[in-house]
Design a protein around this ligand. Structure first.
Ligand code: MN
Length: 350
C-alpha cells in the first residue's frame, strides 16, 4: 500500500471526505517524493488524489507524481479558488493540516461544510520512520558527523565564524548532501551564549568556547548535531569546561530514559535534574529536543509540556544547553533513532 492509500484508509475510518494538505513536509511525505513538493494536495476518501500547483511549481513536474494527478492552476489563480470552483460533490467534512482563518471563513461560507484544521493523520504517520527514511537520516547524520569532526580538527586562530560555517556547508555538499539542514551555527566565545547565534566576523582566539550546531539534508531527510569545545584552552577547572561537562552528563541522563513507552517529559526531567545539580538549570533556555525527518523540527517535541510517549521508529534529538549571558554557552546534541532496545545514536562525531 502506498502512503496515499494508507491515508485514504484512515479517512474511511474517521468519516473525513477530503484531506487537504498545505504544508510542504506533509505533501512531500504523502506523495513520497525525493524532492520537496509544494502546492495543495487534495486526498479524497476514495478515488484519485490531486496536487494543485501554481504554474511556477509545475515546471519540472510531469502530469502525475507517484500516481497523484498534477493539476496546474492558471497564473494568478489561488488554491482555494480552484477548490471552490471544482466543488467536489457530496462534501460534508474536510480536514486540513493547516488553514488560515480567512480561508476557513471563506470555505465554510461558500461550501457549507464542516471544517477542521490541525489534522494529525499525516503527522502521526511521519512520527514513525520506515526503513527507507531511517537510511536517509543515517546518511545525513554520517555526513554531518564526519564534517563536524574535520572542521573542529582544522580550527585555526584568527578564523572568522562565517568562514568556518561556509567551510562546513561546502564540505557536506561535496560529500553528497543536498544542502545544510538549517543555517549552520558557529559561535565563538561570548557569542555562544546566544542559542541561535548567526555566524559573524568574530575571529577565533585561544581559550574561546566554540559551539557548532550543524546538520545535513540528504534526499530530503535531515540530521542535527551540536558540539562545544574549548579552543586551545586550559580545560581543567575553567567555567567553560564545567558547562560542557554539565551538558554532556545531562545528555547521558536523558539517553538512559529514551526508550519506547516513556513520556517525553520524563526525558526532559532527567536532563534538567543533572543541570540542577551543577547549579546551571536556570541557564537552560529551550526544549530538550525535537523530532527530525523531512523537517528539521517536527513532532515529537521533547519538552516539559509534552505528554507524548516515545515510540520505536521515532527519530529525535537530545540537546541540553546552558547559556550564561556575557560569558558563553555550551550545548551538545545528537540525533537518535529510538529502537526497542533504546536510543541508537546516529550522529557519531566525537
Ligand atoms: Mn536541534
Amino acid at each position: 500500500m502506498n502512503r496515499i492509500e494508507i491515508i485514504q484508509n484512515r479517512l474511511s475510518r474517521t468519516g473525513i471526505d477530503l484531506l487537504a494538505l498545505k504544508e510542504q513536509g506533509n505533501i512531500t511525505y504523502a506523495v513520497d517524493s525525493e524532492k520537496p513538493v509544494s502546492g495543495m494536495l487534495l486526498i479524497p476518501r476514495s478515488g484519485e488524489a490531486r496536487l494543485l500547483v501554481t504554474p511556477l511549481e509545475s515546471v519540472n513536474l510531469s502530469s502525475t507524481l507517484n500516481e497523484v494527478r498534477i493539476v496546474k492552476l492558471d497564473r494568478g489563480e489561488g488554491y482555494l479558488q480552484r477548490l471552490l470552483k471544482e466543488k467536489p460533490a457530496g462534501l460534508k467534512y474536510i480536514e486540513f493540516d493547516a488553514l488560515e482563518m480567512q480561508e476557513a471563513l471563506r470555505l465554510e461560507k461558500e461550501l457549507c461544510v464542516l471544517l477542521r484544521t490541525g489534522s494529525r493523520i499525516v503527522r502521526d504517520m511521519r512520527l514513525v520512520k520506515d526503513s527507507r527514511e531511517i537510511e536517509r537520516v543515517k546518511k545525513a547524520a554520517e555526513i554531518a558527523s564526519q564534517t563536524v569532526c574535520e572542521i573542529i580538527s582544522r580550527l585555526t586562530e584568527g578564523t572568522a565564524e562565517v568562514e568556518v560555517a561556509c567551510e562546513y556547508d561546502s564540505r557536506i555538499v561535496l560529500k553528497g548532501a543536498f544542502k545544510p539542514a538549517f543555517e549552520t551555527i558557529v559561535a565563538f566565545g561570548e557569542n555562544s551564549s546566544n542559542p541561535h547565534a548567526t555566524p559573524s566576523s568574530r575571529r577565533l582566539k585561544k581559550g574561546d568556547l566554540v559551539l557548532i550546531d550543524a546538520g545535513a539534508d540528504y534526499f530530503n531527510y535531515k540530521s542535527d548535531l551540536t558540539r562545544t569545545v574549548v579552543y586551545e584552552g586550559k580545560p581543567e577547572r575553567s567555567e567553560a569546561a564545567r558547562m560542557i561537562e554539565a551538558v554532556e552528563e545531562s545528555k547521558k541522563a536523558a539517553e538512559k530514559k529514551a526508550f519506547p513507552g516513556v513520556n517525553v517529559y520524563e526525558i526532559d526531567k532527567a536532563a534538567c535534574e543533572v543541570l540542577e545539580e551543577y547549579g546551571l538549570s536556570k541557564y537552560f533556555a529551550h526544549s530538550l529536543g525535537h523530532g527530525v525527518g523531512i523537517d528539521i523540527h517536527e513532532p515529537p517535541s521533547i519538552s516539559p509540556l509534552s505528554s507524548e510517549k516515545l515510540r520505536a521508529g521515532n527519530i529525535i534529538t537530545i540537546e541540553p544547553g546552558v547559556y550564561i549571558p556575557g560569558v558563553g554557552g555550551a550545548r551538545v546534541e545528537d540525533t537518535y533513532l529510538i529502537t526497542d532496545s533504546g536510543p541508537l545514536k546516529l550522529t557519531n562525531a566525537y
